[in-house]
Design a protein around this ligand. Sequence first.
Ligand code: HEC
Length: 143
Amino acid sequence: MSRQLFIFAIIFTIIASVGCSSKDTEKLAETQKKLATVISLGKDLMPVFKRSCGVCHNRQNLNSPATEHNVYYENIDDITNKIGKFIIAGNPDESSLYKICEQSYPLSDEKIVMPPPGSGIPKWTDQELEKFAKWIAAGALKN
Ligand code: HEC
């Protein structure tokens, strides 16, 4: 009887520890996933802004109509100074800058389509847009 109990205790311990460790693994995977989905403005988005927008909207290009209204996409500050105006933290769909990059921004009857068609500059890909949306949704941090 006591031997049976002993075996039972061992089996119970094994089951309990397996259950526990798989839970720990799950938790770790969840944490890793969360960390991996934090989008960095500097690392993840700036290279895209520079490639698709900054090539024209930069401070070396002062004679171009692209910079006529001080529209620059060269550095992190150029993006964060648009928060509250063209970027609405927490809400990508209300963020006109996001809509412009998605090429779905209406301006009266005309759409602002950027980069301009025929310019040869690549637009934002779906994956890049998803990152931009996630960054805005997560609060548009200066990160
Ligand atoms: C090939 C050069 C070029 C690229 C690349 C480009 N733009 Fe432009 N952009 C222009 C020019 C030229 C104008 C001004 C002429 C016009 O209004 O059509 C302009 C105008 C704008 C305006 C309107 C400014 C105003 O006050 O009327 C915004 C906003 C803008 N661009 C955002 C962007 C964004 C965001 C990107 C990247 C997705 C981008 N642009 C990429 C050339 C470019």
